[in-house]
Every structure is written in C-alpha cells, then in structure tokens.
Design a protein around this ligand. Structure first.
Ligand code: ADP
Ligand code: MG
Length: 633
C-alpha cells in the first residue's frame, strides 16, 4: 500500500488537538470526527446533526447562526444571509444573473472585484458569513468532544469539485476567521466516495449524484491505485430541493388565491412561512403516501389546509429530476464513458431522500444506488475519514487529487513553458531556470498561465508579477529560478529568484474569476483540436525568439565587423538582413534555415571575439563574465 507523501504528524490527535471533518454546504453544514469507533457526525445539544447555513445580523447584538437565523429570515430578510457559498470568492460580474435571486444587496468590495453583502452600515464579505458557520461548528465540536475551544483548531473542509483557486482561498480565509486551520481541502464527491470506503472495493468508476437544497452536482470519479481523480463534473447551480418546495408553494398559493383572493407570494414574510411549511410537507412525503400542507395567516384571514398526494408531488418534480439525468448523461459523455463503465453510484444530498430521485438515478445507471449512509451526512463523514488519515487514526489510505489544467509561465515571444503538466497529482512542485534577453535588464516580468495551448495568448492568465532589483548584467547572465508550488488544495505559489544576487519575488495565485467545469472542458478540447497547429506556431515563436537573440548578439559586436574578410562580412550582412526580414515568415523549416545560416555566418565573428577575450586576460574578472555570457547566449 502506498504511503501518503506528506503525512504531517502521526500523533495529530494528541499534539495538535482533534482534526474535524466539515461539510460546509450551501443549505446545511455538518461537522464530523473520526475516532476509534469510525466516523460520526457531532450533533448540537438538541441532537440536531445539520446546521442551517444561514447567518442573521441583527442591528444590535451578535450574529445569529443556524435554525435561529432561519426564523429571523422572516422578520429581517435583508440582514439574513443564506447561500453565502454561492458568493464566496466571486465578483459581482461573476455572479451575473444570480444577483437577482439574492434577497440582499450585493456590491463589489471597494477597489476589488469581490462580491460583498451590503448591510447598510457596513459591507459583509461572504467569507465572514461562512466564518460564522464554521465558528458555530467548531464550538459544537468542542462541546461534543469535551475539549476547550483552544484545542479545536484544525479541520478538513470539503468544497465542490469545480471550486477554483479564488473560491478555495476565500473558504480558507473563512476558516481562519473561525480560528480553524484547514489542513486539507477535499472535493465533496471524493469525500462521499471515501465515506463508503470505495477505494478498498476495487471500484474503478464512481458516480456521485449530489442533489442538495439549491444545487445539483454529478461527478465521475476514477479510483486507480489508491488515487482519486475527478474525471468529469456537471450540474446545475439552480436545481435542488428548493425547487421541489417551490412546486408545492405555487400549488398552495394558487389555491389560496382562488379561495380568498389573497396573493401570499407578494408578501416576503408570508412567502417565507409558506416555503417552510412546504418543505415540511415535502419531507413527510418521502416516507408517506400523503401529507398535509397547512398555512395560517390570521392577520390576512388565511387558513389554508390541503392534503398532498405523493403522486401529485412526483408529477410536479419529475421534470426537475429529468434535468439531473440530462447532467448525468453529459458527465458520461464528457468522459467518453457509458453507464456500463460505472461500478458504483453514490447518493449525496438531502433531496436524494425523495423516492423518485433515488429510483430515477438507479434506473439511469442501471444499478442500485448506494444510500446506506445518510445522504446529508456522507460528505462530512468522508471529510472525517480524511481527517483520520491526516491525524494518523486511519491507515492504508491514499487520497490524491490532480490538477485539471497545466500551469506554466510565458517565455520570450509569447510561448508558454509548462512547469506543471495537467493531471499531475497534487501536491506538486516544479522548478525551471530562465534568464534575461536584454543587456542590463534589472526587472523581469513573470506571467503565470493555465491551460494546454502552446501560446500565452491562448491560455488563461492567472496573474503577473515582477522580479525587481536584478543587478545590471549582460543578457543571458542572470539565472532566474522559477519555482511552482501547488499545494494539496490546488493553491499555487510562484517564486522567482535570481541566483547570483539572491533577489526574489513571490506570488500566491488568486485569480479574479473562476473557471467553470465547462470552461475547463472547452480549454481541453481547444488544445486538442489545435494541437498540431499549436506545435507549429510554438516552433515559429521559439525560432523567432532565438533569431532575435542571435541578431542582437551579432549587432552588439558591430565594431568588430571591420576586422572580417570581405566575403565573411558579405555573408554575415546577408544573413543578418534575412534574419531581420524573417518576422513575416511562419514556416519553421525556413526559419531554422535562416537561423543556421546566421549562426554559421557569425562564426568568424565569434572567433575574433574569442581572440580578443584571450588577449584581455589581464583584466581578470571581466573574462569569466564574458565567457559566461557567450556560453549561455
Ligand atoms: P446542501 O448540500 O445544499 O447544503 P443538503 O444536502 O443538506 O443541502 O440538502 C438539503 C435539501 O434536502 C433541502 O432542500 C431539504 O428540504 C432536503 N431534504 C432533507 N431531508 C429530506 C427528505 N427526507 N425528503 C426530501 N427532501 C429532503
Ligand atoms: Mg452538500
């Protein structure tokens, strides 16, 4: 069995306190722990396992979290934040049409493209909201484990597989606000597979079907040699249990309108109350053939009561379930697999309790769907398993993720040098050497890119930074080591260091806006479709860059031209002219010919130069530098 490459400490449970496993959900969040008895969810003092991911901010007093905040939503919708996870790590521009679905005001943070909730007297970041939820879970865990709060400081937190660096970074900040260090982020579907211990069952392709409160995600995981890889994901960020509730709300509202002429939907508070009643009815219908839906509003004189039959309900939600199946078909198609290739189907999310959902998923994949573990808890339980691995209570388990797209930096002429290839298991580290192309250059601009294409312009820009303060040296002399460190959570740190002078610069990449899984897919197909053409373009770019360097090096020695024989000089001038004209040539073989000719024609010049250097030995120090500059050019 393979060992985990970076096992932080074996006695984690004692040395650093327990490591929590946390599912920070859009609708509900949970905390679990792994101990001698396995993984278990920690309930609050009233025995509730899940915490509503809602935080309300009263004008006076401390923020209210969970069920109590849900109650306040009716009184104070503008100051009660739900679904903060939809906003985290995004800008107002990223949110687009989603903005209109939020009951509170959202603006960009001053001077930054980061969505914030406007409370009137202050701006509230989504990370702060998630931080309150995490703090509540931390308090709950400390109480359940009978540990002082100060000892509960570490957690494994799950995030959707499609979360980008910015969303992961913001989640990390949220945890920090709660006094928690995220020792590892795990993709939600991977956590679910872990909870079932599927890595030990020899399953190769696992479908994780996750229908929550407001979102649907389906992921195809590949388990190979103890390594988890997310092969493809699809989903709908506006499809979930809330939509099931809405079918009942609309049904009730229509009947109330008919009976009393009142429009309950026009009043936000009445609407919220009806929605909560509808959810209860829906949940009851998962275990009974019929359930009651009642709504009373004495102020308006409404007393509504109806019996909902499960058939009526299922007919109403069938089209919604069909949409999830369309996503399932897409995920298989994207991975080039069919249902026969799927070895396991895991159900995740409270809404998979609806019998029709379960049946539809099983029918689509032609196999029973796994539901032995509570679908609302399974992600948290899996996070706890990973916490157990890190804390040393679980052995013989490897959990690796891979980076979906290559990472690299832009080089001369707009080409890309890839340091970390796509599908590399993370954490990963890579280093490559670079140098300057202009004499006396004291600053180098580094452009970090993501993607499979050969040219910078076709890749996604992740950020730029400048390495300043390089002492002036001839071109080619500075030795700039660029190191990429991709940590286990997919965060990228880029460090550039000039070795001779030790000046260095570093960035942590936090892209402004994220990539959806569709965009990743598009980038991959693009790269594939353009592969041949890209390679040619890449070669042209590289050859032109080389030509520029040789031309500059030759031009620099113009004072020596007069010492050349006439035929040598003519050949050199011709070759130079051709090289300078080569800008418009885009055939690699032609460019290579021109480059070879120029190098050959400049040979006598190099000889002259060597001769002069040899006679300059007396000026000791200079010589080595000149030679150095020749050899690296
Ligand atoms: P999220 O991952 O979005 O935080 P959850 O997995 O906690 O969401 O799922 C919450 C959704 O599950 C809610 O819409 C809730 O009404 C629904 N749900 C919970 N229990 C049941 C049940 N027994 N039958 C049907 N729906 C349920
Ligand atoms: Mg969830």
């Amino acid at each position: 069995m393979i060992e985990l490459p970076t096992l932080p400490m074996n006695d984690g449970a004692h040395a650093g306190g327990p490591i929590l496993g946390i599912d920070l959900g859009t609708t509900n969040s949970l905390v679990a722990i792994h101990d001698a008895g396995g993984s278990r969810v920690l309930a609050d003092f009233e025995g509730r396992a899940s915490l509503a991911s809602i935080v309300s901010y009263p004008t006076d007093g401390a923020p209210v979290v969970g069920e109590a905040a849900r109650e306040r939503a009716r009184l104070d919708p503008g100051r009660t934040v739900h679904s903060a996870k939809r906003l985290i790590g995004k800008s107002v521009q990223d949110l687009g049409r989603e903005l209109s679905t939020m009951p509170y005001r959202i603006v960009d943070a001053p001077g930054r493209s980061l969505a914030m909730i406007d409370l009137g007297e202050r701006l509230l970041s989504p990370a702060e909201v998630s931080g309150q939820i995490l703090a509540e879970l931390r308090r709950r865990a400390a109480a359940a484990l009978k540990r002082p709060l100060e000892e509960v400081t570490r957690a494994v937190v799950t995030v959707p597989a499609y979360f980008d660096d910015a969303q992961r970074q913001a989640t990390r900040e949220a945890a920090k606000l709660a006094g928690l260090e995220i020792v590892r982020m795990v993709n939600e579907p991977t956590a679910a597979a872990l909870a079932y211990g599927l890595d030990q069952d020899g399953a190769e392709h696992v479908i994780v079907y996750d229908l929550g409160g407001g979102t649907f995600d389906v992921s195809l995981l590949q388990l190979k040699g103890g390594v988890y890889r997310v092969l493809a994901t699809a989903g709908d960020t506006y499809l979930g249990g809330d939509d099931f509730d809405r079918t009942l709300v609309l049904h009730a509202a229509r009947e109330i309108q008919e009976r009393s002429g009142q429009d309950v939907l026009a009043d936000p508070a009445a609407r919220a109350a009806l929605r909560m009643a509808a959810e209860q009815t829906k949940i009851a219908l998962s275990n009974a053939e019929e359930a009651e839906l009642s709504f009373h509003d004495p102020a308006k004189g409404i007393a509504y009561r109806a019996t909902i039959n499960w058939r009526t309900f299922q007919e109403a939600v069938a089209p919604l379930i069909q949409r999830t199946l369309d996503c399932c078909a897409r995920v298989l198609n994207d991975a080039g697999l069919s249902v026969e290739n799927v070895n396991e189907v895991v159900l995740v999310g409270g809404s998979t309790r609806v019998p029709l959902v379960k049946a539809a998923a099983a029918q689509f994949f032609q196999r029973p769907a796994r539901d032995e573990l509570d679908p609302e808890q399974v992600v948290a339980l899996g996070a706890a398993v990973q916490a157990g691995v890190l804390g040393g209570t679980v052995h013989d388990l490897l959990l690796l993720d891979v980076t979906p797209l290559s990472l690299g930096i832009e080089t001369l002429g707009g080409a890309v040098s890839k340091l970390i290839q796509r599908n590399t298991a993370i954490p990963a580290q890579a280093q490559e050497g670079f140098t300057t192309s202009v004499d006396g250059q004291t600053a180098v601009s580094l452009h970090v890119l993501q993607g499979e294409r050969e040219l910078a312009a076709d890749c996604r820009s992740l950020g730029k930074f400048v390495l300043n303060g390089i002492p002036p040296m001839p071109a080619g002399l500075p030795q700039i080591a660029v190191r990429f460190t991709l940590d286990a959570d997919g965060m990228l740190r880029v460090r550039a260091k000039e070795q001779r002078s030790s000046v260095s610069a570093e960035v942590e990449i936090q892209p402004k806006h994220g990539l959806t899984d569709n965009e990743v897919e598009r980038m991959l197909t693009d790269a594939w479709q353009h592969a041949e053409q890209d390679l040619t373009t890449r070669r042209v770019v590289d050859l032109r860059a080389q030509l520029d360097i040789v031309v500059a090096a030759v031009e620099k020695q113009r004072t020596l031209f007069k010492k050349l024989e006439v035929t040598q000089l003519e050949r050199l001038e011709d070759a130079l002219e051709e090289a300078i004209d080569a800008k418009s040539i885009d055939r690699p073989d032609a460019l290579k010919g021109i480059l070879d000719a120029l190098e050959e024609a400049s040979f006598p010049l190099a000889e002259l130069l060597m001769h002069r250097i040899a006679s300059e030995t007396v000026k000791d120090r200079k010589v080595s530098e000149l030679l150095d500059s020749e050899s690296s050019a």
